[in-house]
Write a protein that binds this ligand. Structure first.
Ligand SMILES: Nc1ncnc2c1ncn2[C@@H]1O[C@H](COP(=O)(O)OP(=O)(O)OP(=O)(O)O)[C@@H](O)[C@H]1O
Ligand SMILES: [Mg+2]
Length: 733
């Protein structure tokens, strides 16, 4: 019947597996049902704490001032700025936040408002917490009175703690929140900080322009010196290197080109003179009669002489043909011709001389020009190098001059800025007295306290559930043992309302109670099981003492007897014999005697008139060492055999499994075991250990019953059964 825990299937439940434990919604709901008082207590405690805090906490008020970073004003004077440079970057705005929070700025406010004399800051009126902190920290301090500087520093720190400056989203607006104990102080300090920042910004701007102006002045002075020095250098250099500028460039360059032109001309002249001379020389060797002579010589004298000569020649030829060559006239003519020829030669000679001298002159002119050009070229080489240097000097001079002009312009605008410093920030909203306290925030604190308390409660509840190893629901029992849970028996201890009652006969007094009904349920389960096999001997057993075996056994047996079945109840717990003490305190003999002599059984059994239940008590003079042997003996088997013949139900109250061996010893002789588990007390580990210790017991295990369940808790656990679930029970007779 008993199945080891691993074989038990609980798969139909939906949930999350947690280290072996299934966290299902049902389970969470179960936990909440069981543990809600803890959760409620946690929430209540937390709310109470919050309330105490709300009542005792000093109310604080927060005033808000807003400052806008404005760049457009500054642009009026800044000619260089264009639209892109007018945008302030995030870093700039963030650093303004830091400036507002800076020690120096806050210190100026502290001094101006004389905050060191304010009781809120100088500690003459401290809160409870700061009083404690102050006392504790004074234990570690040197004990000397603090210096003015330290006091101021402490106040600055406190103001910084109360001040919250932040950029409003991505705008250029800075929001300044100041927290103080009174509304007007909050507003006063917030405004003072904002003003200190604005003044500081102006001052900083003035200082920076002033510094810039000074620097510019000094720099422009230097620059002007540098510019004039470089100008001077250019002039000196020119003078040293003989460089004179003309409209067409430098002097030597122009000379050179002029000379070159002249040289070309001179060369042409020389060549022409030479050519003429050559021709004259060539002609003088020729016959004058040749026509080429005059053609070549474009000379009027010679042309005329030659014409005369040619006339004479023609006449001479005529005359010598007519009169013969020896004729006087012919001879005269010939003489004349000779003379003419001589004249021409003379003339040619004279022209030749003139040409030669022409040629000589041209040659010497050319030579002199060439010499000049050479000199000039040599000189130009020098000048070229000097010129490179000169360009350098000139450009340097230019640069300095431009820089100087630039600086002058800047200096001008800087001087203007200095005389009218313009702030880039302005106050767009002055802090006013806040009309509501900003802290403590009642609703928020209450909601937070409630939520926190609930969370804590849930945590504690689940921790308790997880840590607790006890069983409280039939489901847990079935999970653990793998057998059916036959029912949950409530705690039947008499309440003040009902007055005292005997627990061992509770079913007799309260036949319609839940307790009785649950036991009836167990009987039904046994009867159903009886359809398959014979179940007559029923052992009531538990892991540990005091779980309620005796109470359950007595009531169960009485219940069956009351229904008219022949029933015998045996006190099988030879150690405590509590059943005997309850039902037959005066008994002189019982089970042990019956075992020794089965025939005498009838003498030992006592019948209850009221219920018709037969009871076989146990009477022993002193505690037995061999009780397990006795109860598991053959004689016991014989006795049970006899009893089986007489009775329909034989209920045996047994000893607990863990401390003594009796139950294990007798389990072979018993048909079915009902396991009593004390609700919320018996641990799983104890249960596991005791059940797994005996295989026979496991086999005989018919079911388990949870005993002594707290009725209130039971109601919560069984809330899912509906509110009418208990309406059939009559708890009070
Ligand atoms: N359902 C119950 N409601 C209230 N009290 C109970 C219940 N069951 C048992 N008790 C009480 O618990 C105590 C121990 O019960 P009981 O003697 O039946 O346990 P036991 O398991 O037989 O103990 P032992 O191992 O000593 O024999 C008794 O005082 C009894 O009155
Ligand atoms: Mg007992």
């Amino acid at each position: 019947m008993y199945q080891p825990r691993e074989h038990f299937q609980s798969g139909h439940r939906f949930g999350i597996e947690f280290g072996g434990a299934v966290l299902s919604f049902e389970r969470v709901a179960d936990v909440l049902r069981r543990q809600w008082p803890i959760i409620a207590a946690c929430a209540g405690a937390s709310l109470a704490l919050v309330l105490v805090y709300l009542i005792t906490a000093q109310p604080m008020y927060t005033a808000n001032a807003r400052i806008m970073m404005d760049t457009r004003q500054a642009q009026v004077l800044d000619k260089d700025s264009n639209t892109s440079s007018a945008l302030i970057d995030t870093g700039y705005v963030d650093s303004q936040v830091e400036i507002i929070n800076s020690d120096d700025l806050i210190l100026s406010v502290v001094r101006r408002l004389k905050l060191t004399e304010d009781p809120e800051f100088n500690g003459s009126n401290p809160g409870l917490l700061s009083l404690i902190i102050g006392k504790v920290s004074s234990l570690f301090g040197s004990g000397e009175p603090a210096s003015q500087e330290r006091i101021e520093h402490a106040v600055v720190e406190q103001v910084q703690k109360n001040l919250r400056t932040e950029r409003v989203l991505t705008t250029y607006v800075l929001s300044l929140n100041y927290r103080a104990r009174t509304p007007d102080k909050a507003a006063k300090i917030a405004n003072a900080i904002a003003n200190a920042y604005l003044v500081g910004a102006l001052e900083a701007k003035y200082q920076s322009t002033k510094r810039a102006t000074e620097w510019l002045q000094q720099r422009s002075l230097e620059l002007s010196e540098q510019a004039s020095a470089s100008d001077r250098a250019v002039q000196t250099f020119k003078a040293e290197h003989n460089i004179v500028g003309t409209s067409r460039g430098l002097m030597s360059e122009q000379q050179l080109s002029d000379l070159n032109t002249q040289l070309v001309q001179a060369r042409a002249a020389t060549a022409e003179a030479k050519a003429r001379l050559d021709r004259i020389e060539a002609i003088s060797d020729q016959d004058l009669a040749q026509p080429t002579v005059t053609d070549a010589l474009n000379n009027s004298v010679i042309t005329r002489l030659r014409a005369q000569y040619l006339d004479l020649q023609a006449q001479y030829a005529d005359w010598s043909r007519r009169y013969g060559k020896t004729h006087l006239a012919a001879v005269n003519l010939a003489n004349k011709m000779d003379e003419l020829r001589k004249n021409i030669a003379d003339e040619l000679h004279r022209i030749g001389d003139a040409y030669r001298s022409d040629y000589e002159i041209a040659k010497s002119r050319e030579a002199s020009l060439e010499k000049n050009v050479k000199e000039l070229v040599a000189q130009a080489g020098h000048t070229g190098q000097a010129e490179v240097k000169l360009r350098d000097l000139e450009s340097a001079a230019d640069t300095y001059r431009n820089l100087y002009n630039n600086f002058l312009e800047k200096l001008q605008s800087a001087t203007q800025n200095q005389s009218f410093p313009l702030s880039e920030a302005r106050l767009i909203s002055t802090a006013t007295n806040p009309d509501r306290k900003s802290s403590p925030r009642t609703v928020l604190a209450l909601v937070g306290g409630l939520v926190g308390g609930l969370c804590l409660g849930f945590g504690v509840a689940f921790a308790r559930e997880l840590l607790s190893d006890v069983l409280r629901t039939p489901g847990e029992v079935e999970d653990e043992l793998g057998v059916k849970c036959l029912g949950v028996l409530p705690d039947i201890r008499p309440s003040t309302k009902t007055g005292p009652s005997d627990l061992s006969r509770y079913v007799v007094d309260h036949p319609f109670s839940r307790f009785a009904e649950t036991l009836r349920n167990i009987k039904v389960s046994i009867d159903v099981a009886r359809l398959n096999r014979e179940i007559k001997v029923i052992g009531i057993v538990s892991s540990l003492p005091k779980e309620g075996k005796t109470t359950v056994a007595a009531n169960f047996a009485q219940l069956i007897a009351l229904t008219g079945h022949r029933t015998v109840l045996i006190d099988g717990d030879l150690h405590t014999r509590s059943l005997t003490r309850e039902l037959a305190p005066n008994a002189k003999s019982g089970l042990v005697e019956a075992l020794n002599d089965p025939a005498s059984l009838g003498y030992h059994v006592q019948r209850s008139k009221e219920t018709g239940l037969d009871f076989l008590p146990s009477v022993v003079a002193s505690r037995m060492v061999n009780s397990a042997d006795v109860i598991g003996s053959k004689a016991m088997a014989e006795l049970l055999k006899v009893l089986r013949e007489h009775y329909e139900y034989i209920v045996i109250d047994l000893a607990p499994v863990m401390p003594v061996a009796d139950s294990k010893a007798v389990s072979l002789l018993i048909d079915a075991m009902v396991y009593v588990i004390e609700w919320g007390q018996t641990t799983r580990s104890a249960l596991q250990e005791s059940v797994s210790g005996s295989e026979v017991l496991q086999k005989k295990l018919l079911g388990a019953v949870l005993n002594r369940a707290n009725p209130k808790m039971l109601k919560r656990i069984e809330a899912y059964k509906g509110k009418h679930h208990n309406s059939y029970y009559v708890e009070h007779a």
